[in-house]
Design a protein around this ligand. Structure first.
Ligand SMILES: *[C@@H]1O[C@H](CO)[C@@H](O)[C@H](O)[C@H]1NC(C)=O
Ligand SMILES: *[C@@H]1O[C@H](CO)[C@@H](O)[C@H](O)[C@H]1NC(C)=O
Ligand SMILES: *[C@@H]1O[C@H](CO)[C@@H](O)[C@H](O)[C@H]1NC(C)=O
Ligand SMILES: *[C@@H]1O[C@H](CO)[C@@H](O)[C@H](O)[C@H]1NC(C)=O
Ligand SMILES: *[C@@H]1O[C@H](CO)[C@@H](O)[C@H](O)[C@H]1NC(C)=O
Ligand SMILES: *[C@@H]1O[C@H](CO)[C@@H](O)[C@H](O)[C@H]1NC(C)=O
Ligand SMILES: *[C@@H]1O[C@H](CO)[C@@H](O)[C@H](O)[C@H]1NC(C)=O
Ligand SMILES: *[C@@H]1O[C@H](CO)[C@@H](O)[C@H](O)[C@H]1NC(C)=O
Ligand SMILES: *[C@H]1O[C@@H](CO)[C@H](O)[C@@H](O)[C@@H]1NC(C)=O
Length: 682
């Protein structure tokens, strides 16, 4: 169909009045499939018809001629969605105009599987005239085209809307006018420049017109009262009233616990440029932050987190060697200011130093940290003569030391001492004392003298000596020594009176002493005599010497005896005793025919002399007896003088054992006169 078949009904009037081009419909004089129909529309006109309202449908139904195959319109199923191909907008429910039971995708015609993706419009049909039906796109139908009235510059700031045989402009908000050529303006005076700030407006469509956007800014430390930009809206109102610049506020601060805070606010409290200085109480210090000064920054933030005051920390205390630390607080704050820790030692150790320390405000402990020291007793200082031995090198509690003494000494005190838990010996350290022998007394009649005259004089190794008064002598050891066994080396001596032995003898000796026989001390004298018939042999007097010895030997008594008489020649003698002792009688007889001349009986007298001369036996003729008797008497006298001469002679010769007396005396006495027939005959 050619463009000449343009129907101008209302359009002609409108077009003239508004001097815009008209919206017109055209249709082909042949049938073709949908694709070809669309291409044909686009080649000769604007596009296939897009049905916009019922009014338009009614217009077409009345205006178009009836065709058996009806008309293709600009709706097609794309991706299963019915879409206006001209605008690529999907078909809305209210805009649909389907015939009854349509779209059915061809089910009624039983061509199952062949999709009916294109739309035809019934024109001048008996029923359902002006309604839509889905059809296969390959079918041949009349193309229904339109020619748009809107050109690209029909509306400046709006959408050109096609109307039947005309068009109109729908202005975008903010614009008005037939061609949307006018822009809405906002009140310029409402844009006020804030104190401490500025404003910068960007004009898109004209000064302070729609979409003019004003950006505000503030000096450092100030912030806008509103956040969003101020824009001129399509109603000509500003979206926002002009903001003000407000001083930046930082978060309010509070003084820290255990500390204080002082702030300097040049602009406002806790505001930009405010400075707060934090200080801590004694014993506390700022935690972590480098400085205690906080400044409010233009960002509204403090330059550092608010510091807190923490207790100063004393250095950590380690457990003691052999000891324990126990702190009041067992948390990690146990070494902080004001905290106390106490110390103890394990058994056997004692604390040296304080038992409790407190962390001071200067972060130092109040006292030096103590240490545990092994409890030890001092090595016992043993005195002289002490031998000791201890159980260990180190004298710990329960260690023992045993003591003994050198020989001759005895322990004074405990034999064993033990180190107590407090490091003291449980007993005094013993000493060794020389053993003591029994105290010595002076002997009776004597004196005692010891080497040492102190009280130690009877101790071990001491020597004491004894002496006796004159006239006494010591019996026993003169010196005694005290031995290690505490006994004296010797028995104690005693003083004994010096006495001479009792010289008294058995009869016939008779003793007479100057003093009683039991008291014959030095210078005592004893003299001796003999009973009759005996004669004393030796010194008759002896003297007791100062040593208790007699000056000479005790004399003896010798029985007096006469010369043994032999029988005379031719005669016999008959003596009463075998020995011619005192009172012995000898009776002489003569042989027959011989006559006795002289005493027939001789008696031994007390001087050892026979009472007469031994008789003779005379032959019957002999008569001279009387004369010889007298001669014999004279001869005896002569013999006495002779023996004296012999003694003198012996003295001269210095030797004559025959005459020595039975005596140890050096006192020479005159020789005794012995009655001996041989001697007498010398
Ligand atoms: C139909 O259109 C063809 C070409 O588009 C044209 O040649 C022909 O004359 C037209 N027929 C009628 C009856 O208008
Ligand atoms: C039409 O619209 C669909 C989705 O709405 C899109 O995928 C497609 O590309 C469009 N076609 C054209 C030619 O703009
Ligand atoms: C406004 O913006 C322009 C360009 O960005 C800039 O040069 C100017 O300084 C701004 N003025 C203010 C007050 O922000
Ligand atoms: C106006 O501004 C708004 C928001 O910036 C934007 O979405 C819109 O497209 C603008 N309109 C015009 C006509 O400039
Ligand atoms: C601004 O907006 C208000 C309320 O939305 C309206 O009453 C007023 O008329 C508008 N002013 C202008 C100039 O359009
Ligand atoms: C010492 O001995 C007693 C008793 O045997 C014991 O209880 C104590 O623990 C000991 N002391 C040490 C320091 O060994
Ligand atoms: C004992 O000794 C003292 C002093 O030496 C002396 O005077 C005294 O006579 C002595 N006694 C005897 C009994 O020896
Ligand atoms: C000696 O005399 C005694 C009496 O005196 C006498 O008995 C004795 O017979 C005499 N002996 C001799 C041998 O004559
Ligand atoms: C014997 O005795 C002594 C003394 O005792 C006389 O001196 C002597 O003369 C006497 N002799 C005789 C023979 O009688």
């Amino acid at each position: 169909m050619s463009s000449s078949r343009c129907f101008i009904i209302l359009c002609s009037m409108l077009c003239v009045w508004s001097s815009v081009e008209c919206w017109s419909y055209f249709y082909s004089n042949t049938t073709m499939n949908w694709e070809t129909a669309r291409a044909w529309c686009k080649t000769h006109y604007t596009d296939m018809v897009a049905i916009q309202n019922q009014e338009e449908i009614a217009h077409l139904n009345s205006w178009l001629p009836r065709k058996r195959t009806y008309y293709w319109i600009g709706i097609r199923k794309i991706n299963n969605v019915w879409t206006w191909v001209g605008t690529n907008k999907s078909l809305t429910a209210e805009a649909t105009n389907w015939a009854k039971d349509e779209p059915n995708n061809g089910k009624k015609k039983a061509i199952v599987g062949r999709s009916e993706d294109c739309v035809e419009m019934y024109i001048k049909r008996e029923t359902e005239s002006g309604k839509w039906n889905d059809e296969r796109c390959k079918n041949l139908k009349t193309a229904l085209c339109f020619s748009a009235a809107c050109k690209h510059d029909s509306c400046l700031f709006g959408e050109c809307v096609e109307t039947i045989n005309s068009h109109r402009c729908e202005c975008t908000p903010g614009f008005y006018g037939d061609r949307c050529e006018h822009v809405v303006k906002c009140n310029k005076d409402e844009v006020t420049t804030p104190h401490e700030g500025g404003v910068n407006c960007t004009h898109v469509h004209g000064d302070f017109a729609y979409n003019t956007s004003c950006r505000y800014s503030c000096e450092e430390g100030y912030q806008l009262s509103t956040l969003g930009p101020q824009r001129c809206s399509e109603t000509g109102n500003w979206t926002e009233t002009s903001p003000t610049c407000e001083l930046v506020q930082c978060q309010e601060l509070s003084p820290p616990a255990r500390g204080s805070m002082e702030c300097f606010d040049p602009l406002g409290s806790y505001s930009y440029r405010s400075t707060c200085v934090f200080t801590c109480d004694e014993g506390y210090e700022l935690d972590g932050s480098l400085s205690g000064i906080l400044q409010c920054e233009s960002s509204g933030n403090w330059n550092a987190p608010q510091p807190s005051c923490v207790a100063v920390q004393c250095h950590a205390i380690q457990d003691l060697e052999a000891g324990l630390v126990s702190c009041e607080d067992e948390t990690e704050l146990r070494f902080s200011y004001g905290q106390t820790c106490s110390f103890s030692c394990v058994p056997g150790y004692r604390l040296v130093g304080t038992s409790i320390v407190t962390c001071t405000s200067t972060a130092e402990w109040s006292e030096q940290i103590p240490h545990c020291e092994a409890i030890a007793c001092q090595s016992p200082e043993a005195g002289a003569h002490v031998i000791h031995q201890c159980s260990e090198s180190e004298l710990r509690p329960n260690s023992t030391c045993s003591f003994s003494c050198e020989q001759g000494f005895e322990l004074q005190g405990a034999k064993t001492i033990k180190c107590s838990d407090d490091g003291q010996w449980n007993e005094e350290i013993p000493a060794c004392k020389a053993v003591q022998c029994a105290a010595l007394q002076e002997p009776e009649h004597g004196n005692l003298s010891c080497e040492d005259d102190t009280e130690m004089r009877f101790s071990y190794k001491q020597v004491c000596s004894f002496s006796c008064a004159s006239g006494y002598r010591l019996v026993g050891s003169k010196k005694v020594t005290c031995t290690s066994a505490a006994v004296w080396s010797e028995k104690r001596p005693h003083c004994e009176a010096i006495l001479c032995r009792n010289p008294e003898g058995e009869p016939p000796i008779i003793t007479a002493c100057s003093r009683p026989l039991t008291e014959l001390g030095p210078d005592s004298v004893c003299s001796f005599s003999c009973e009759p018939g005996f004669e004393l042999q030796g010194a008759n007097t002896i003297k007791c010497s100062e040593h208790g010895q007699w000056s000479r030997a005790k004399p003896t008594c010798k029985a007096v005896s006469c010369l043994l008489l032999e029988a005379p020649e031719h005669g016999h003698v008959n003596c009463s005793n075998d020995e011619p002792l005192f009172n012995s009688q000898c009776f002489f007889t003569c042989d027959q025919d011989y006559s006795l001349e002289g005493h027939e009986l001789l008696i031994c007298n007390r001087h050892g002399n026979w009472t007469g001369k031994k008789p003779t036996c005379q032959a019957p003729s002999s008569r001279a007896a009387v004369v010889s008797t007298s001669v014999a008497a004279g001869g005896a006298a002569l013999a006495s003088g002779l023996s004296l001469a012999v003694w003198i002679l012996r003295r001269l010769r210095q030797k004559a054992s025959k005459f020595e007396l039975n005596s140890n005396s050096d006192i020479e006495e005159p020789p005794q006169v012995y009655r001996n027939s041989i001697d007498s005959l010398i």
